[in-house]
Ligand binder design. Structure first.
Ligand SMILES: *[C@@H]1O[C@H](CO)[C@@H](O)[C@H](O)[C@H]1NC(C)=O
Ligand SMILES: *[C@@H]1O[C@H](CO)[C@@H](O)[C@H](O)[C@H]1NC(C)=O
Ligand SMILES: *[C@@H]1O[C@H](CO)[C@@H](O)[C@H](O)[C@H]1NC(C)=O
Ligand SMILES: *[C@@H]1O[C@H](CO)[C@@H](O)[C@H](O)[C@H]1NC(C)=O
Ligand SMILES: *[C@@H]1O[C@H](CO)[C@@H](O)[C@H](O)[C@H]1NC(C)=O
Ligand SMILES: *[C@@H]1O[C@H](CO)[C@@H](O)[C@H](O)[C@H]1NC(C)=O
Length: 264
């Protein structure tokens, strides 16, 4: 986890705002008045676990009479936080998570803060604004990212294993050189997944293998020298065969000489 500090600081945002009803009109005493205000918007927001996230409530806040946040994390009952400008008061309903609160003073900025972000904060966060000139809603689909713990090692039977443990979403593993590999994914129940790839390079002279782990929180590259073992094996083989060849030659010479001398 410590190696991913820098990437964790980076708030990854994949914003894809879908705006619907970008134009709505209201009829005031027969007169047609057209407003160009997005009535509803959705966006997805990806944030690394253990960081601070701030969810803004986009429209001009100065005119907002009431701002309401509906907080619906995964597997938890919804909670609402509201601010009313007329009496300058905040209220809350069913909100028990102390990590979620107003970012600062809602009379100045009605943004919501989650600090620190936990894996259970995955879910929907909707901000609704009631203003004199209309209503506005913005729903964030919050996705919490967990960097995997990456390891590369050789197990007792010589198989080389690359593991990306407890990542969210699941990581992808690539090998260089490509070997005879088997990759498995194991969901851990809390939304994280462990991906493990085991490889061998049958009958090939491979001195170094590398494993690249690709993940939205950052990529990892690990290298393992298998050279020592493989070259040790081949050295032994080489020495053994050299000795055998030498013995055969010496033996042949001796036999030839013995044969020769008997003849003579
Ligand atoms: C936003 O998401 C909600 C459900 O979360 C959906 O009902 C609504 O149609 C979406 N709006 C847009 C503009 O995609
Ligand atoms: C709203 O109330 C807070 C204290 O709760 C106060 O600091 C702030 O000045 C008030 N804002 C307005 C606009 O009255
Ligand atoms: C508050 O949460 C409880 C469950 O913990 C739920 O039954 C109740 O309907 C919630 N109340 C509101 C107003 O959302
Ligand atoms: C509106 O919110 C922004 C932050 O989003 C803040 O900087 C600004 O002061 C707010 N404006 C008013 C009039 O409260
Ligand atoms: C070698 O180790 C791997 C991973 O630990 C295991 O899946 C495999 O069955 C083992 N093979 C032998 C021949 O022991
Ligand atoms: C998810 O569960 C696994 C296994 O219980 C644990 O090792 C990991 O730390 C958990 N991850 C988070 C972010 O809670």
């Amino acid at each position: 986890m410590h190696t991913l500090g820098t990437s964790a600081l980076r708030v990854l945002m994949s914003v894809n705002i879908l705006v619907s009803a970008s134009t709505f009109s209201s009829s005031v005493k027969g007169k047609q008045r057209s407003l160009t205000l997005p009535a509803e918007a959705n966006s997805s927001l990806s944030v690394p676990v253990d960081t601070k996230a701030v969810l803004h409530c986009p429209p001009d806040n100065s005119t907002a009479l009431v701002v309401t946040w509906t907080i619906k994390p995964r597997d938890q009952p919804p909670c609402t936080r509201a601010y009313r400008r007329d009496n300058n008061e905040t209220s809350e309903r069913n909100c028990t998570d102390v990590r979620i609160s107003w970012e600062s003073r809602p009379d100045q900025n009605p943004a919501l803060r989650i600090d620190p972000v936990a894996i259970t904060h995955d879910g929907y966060y909707k901000c609704e604004v009631a203003a004199p000139d209309g209503h506005f809603g913005h729903t964030y689909c919050l996705r919490v990212l967990v960097p995997p713990k990456v390891t590369l090692f050789q197990d007792s039977n010589g198989t080389i294993v690359c593991r990306a443990a407890a990542g969210k979403p699941s990581a992808q593993i690539f090998w260089n050189p490509e070997g005879d590999c088997h990759t498995e994914e194991e969901p851990l129940g809390n939304g994280t997944v462990t991906v493990q790839s085991t490889c061998h390079w049958e009958g090939r002279q491979v001195s170094t293998v590398s494993c690249s782990v690709s993940h939205v929180t950052g990529n990892k590259f690990l290298e393992l020298k298998t050279g020592d073992q493989l070259s040790l094996n081949s050295t032994i083989l080489y020495i053994t065969s050299s000795i055998s060849v030498a013995l055969v030659i010496v033996g042949s010479i001796l036999l030839w000489r013995i044969g020769c001398c008997r003849k003579c």
